[in-house]
Design a binder for this molecule. Structure first.
Ligand code: SF4
Length: 420
């Protein structure tokens, strides 16, 4: 373990009143029996091979997973056949967005193939250091829209509450790479949370609060409850949402205690950051079932990534898999032009072709909204393949999913309804 990195990484906020504690102390355990969590054969084999001293209970303890994340080259080389490109990129890294992979999530990666989709999203390569025109460290202009640190107020009725700079795993294409994983100018603390809560309480137009980060589900259950209870106590806050990747990369975190706590703060919705069908394991089936059974509506958010999930077939498999887990495909994002992300970005036409390949060819619930988060703070802008083919008199000409042309008598264009 690289001790310097361990010290530099941002910890989820604490009250500051308690004595200093190490990250994820071994003595703190969830009340339930951790052995009850399912473990796939693949994960079991990985644990026995690479963590032979870890018991099933250790493996299923989310704090053990966090303490034993893969964070340095030596551990990567113990587990994977690291390519020369990966090795050089890891050695070159400084600052925020460090390497961080839970053992569970690493068990889903190919040991030998550096082109493996999930592996590419979490082990850096040299292309990450190429800076292309149009890229930026804060492409969405979030810092500009922050009335208090850690709170983005762009749309009148909702805010983005950045709760922590900590994630259980670090995605190489992260839009907030400037602030996650420590090493930057961003800090998160209870006084900062309080300032954000005070701002929300003072602005009655805010009816919807999205907790994000970093990953809010890495915060200890009692601290997260403190935050949710303060927000729920504000009369005009109607709706709470949590954006998280934890149920996919650290499903063991979705303990019965956590779920019991979350269900006290309904209406509470959750957006799950999902990348590839390889993530949909028995462990994830359990984490999503626990959340869905607690009445938490689940939606997915997926970033379109070159060579990783940029085909109709992969995306259809992913969306169908999500529906089986009771997760509604919600957004498909064009990859933000974050600094060093060119190797992940696809042409916009790729996303349109995927939507064209889904819409009409499968159940409508399986089709996400394809959006670009407009650089500079313009917000999400939906993109659709061209189904509108023009007009013929008062008829609307429309192209269906098979490319066939159809007419719709449009009363708004001078027909009998429009004339009264
Ligand atoms: S989990 Fe989300 S916030 Fe964390 S590194 Fe990945 S994309 Fe960024």
């Amino acid at each position: 373990m690289d001790d310097q990195r361990e010290a530099a990484e941002t910890e989820p906020p604490s009250s500051g009143a308690a004595p200093a504690r190490p990250l994820f102390p071994a003595t703190v355990k969830d009340r339930e029996r951790t052995a009850a969590f399912p473990q796939s054969e693949r994960s079991r084999n990985f644990r026995r091979r690479h963590f032979p001293r870890a018991s099933v209970e250790d493996w299923n303890d989310w704090r053990w997973q966090l303490r034993n994340r893969i964070r340095d080259l030596a551990t990567l080389e113990r587990v994977f056949t690291v390519s020369a490109d990966e090795r050089a990129a890891v050695l070159r890294h400084k600052g925020s967005l460090p390497v961080g992979i839970t053992p569970y999530y690493a068990s889903l990666f190919s040991a030998d193939d550096a082109a493996d989709p999930l592996r590419r999203t979490h082990i850096p390569v040299g292309d990450e250091y190429l800076h292309m025109p149009g890229e930026s460290d804060d492409p969405l202009g979030e810092d500009h829209d922050a009335p208090v640190p850690g709170l983005v107020h762009r749309y009148p009725d909702r805010v983005l509450f950045l709760t922590t700079g900590f994630c259980s795993t670090y995605c190489r294409y992260c839009t907030r790479s400037r602030m996650v994983g420590g090493g930057g100018e961003y800090t998160f603390s209870l006084p900062q949370w309080q300032r954000a809560i005070d701002y929300i309480a003072a602005h009655p137009a805010i009816r919807d609060v999205l907790l994000s980060g970093g990953d809010p589900l890495t915060i200890a259950t009692d601290k997260l409850e403190w935050l949710l209870s303060r927000l729920r106590a504000i009369p005009h806050v109607e709706f709470l949402r949590i954006g998280t990747k934890v149920p996919l990369v650290l499903p063991q975190r979705v303990t019965r205690d956590l779920v019991r706590m979350l269900r006290r703060y309904h209406p509470l919705w959750m957006s799950l950051h999902v990348t590839h069908p390889d993530e949909l394991t028995p462990e994830v089936a359990e984490s999503t079932a626990r959340l869905a059974d607690a009445g938490i509506p689940l939606g997915s958010q997926t970033v379109l990534l070159r060579g990783i999930n940029d085909s109709v077939e992969t995306m259809r498999t992913l969306m169908h898999g999500l529906l089986k887990l009771r997760v509604k495909p919600y957004y498909l994002y064009q990859c933000d032009p974050i600094t060093g992300s060119a190797h992940f970005r696809t042409p916009v036409e790729t996303g349109l072709a995927i939507i064209r390949g889904l819409r009409g060819h499968t159940t409508g619930y399986a089709v996400p909204h394809f959006v670009i988060d407009a650089p500079g703070g313009g917000g999400k802008i939906p993109l659709l393949p061209e189904y509108f083919a023009g007009r013929d008199g008062s008829d609307l000409l429309l192209r269906n999913f098979e490319g066939q042309l159809y007419r719709y008598p449009d009363p708004g264009a001078g027909g009998p309804c429009a004339s009264g």
